[in-house]
Design a protein around this ligand. Sequence first.
Ligand SMILES: [Zn+2]
Length: 345
Amino acid sequence: MTPDSPLTEQLGDIERALRAELSQAQNEDALEDVRVRFLGRSGEITAVRRTIGKLPAGERPGAGRIINDAVAEYETLFERRREELAREALEERLRQAIDVTFPGIPPLVGSIHPIRRTMDDLLAYFERRGFAVVVGPEIESDYNNFDALNIPPDHPAREGLDSFYLRPDLVLRTHTSPMQIRVMQRNPPPLAIVVPGRVYRRDALDARHLYAFHQIEGLLVAPGVHLGHLKGALTGMCREVFGPQQSVRFRPSFFPFTEPSAEVDTTCPACGGAGCRTCGGSGWIELGGAGMVHPSVLREVGYDPDVVNGWAFGVGIERVAFTRHGMDDIRAFVENDPAVLEQLA
Ligand SMILES: [Zn+2]
């Protein structure tokens, strides 16, 4: 078999035709069409292979090799065209995608969540006055959450309707007050602590209620502590957060773990006390509960109520943040809508 034999000529013709077709093929599908026509089972190369049978036996192996070499060459041509097409496609995409004159997208800058910021502000006020910040578990024994706080087993607050029980003796804490017990059990008086944290109640979710929310608990135990100190501390706290014009009022109330007990209100910052939609016309915003620590609670942790007494308060952080930002739906704090949170930043 010589270079100018009919076979090499034939293969040369096929290669020229193939190159022409490849240069026309503009995508992977067109390329596959060409492959089927040239290299497929009924393609041109198969037709050429069939002619080997007509050659004298001695020439057949040589002819087979020449055909195989040609096929390898064709494969290379296919591969090159495929790479070329991929490169062109990429360049086309880049041409469409990159406009270097287009203004960039500024990175999103996060901010501290309004609940966290309000919590930090409230804590800072008490930290500057020597209160220690302590945190505790959200899963509490019903002893710490209820019994030790003078809430007997038949108290309505203990019903499953109000609390999330994990086991008969374990509950998602319904307030931060169990930390009063934990801290007093481990430390002798005097002590002054604030406890920030999440608490859980089985409230129906609405514009004013969440079933997981945050409180800050305050506890001061020392000889000679009285309600005047408590009112002073809460007034200072409100002035820190809402401004120097704030007043605080106590309304008589009942909590099993304080005696006397009070609901704590502060001047409505939206109207300055004149009455508006935010405060329902009363001029006051309710922040939480407070009172003098019940002697039974002091006795329960081994303190002598004849020697020391104390006050405690629990303030809803959502309530403070909600009022601070003049919001009308408390759920905005937990819906994680960046557009809303950005406005509160
Ligand atoms: Zn108001």
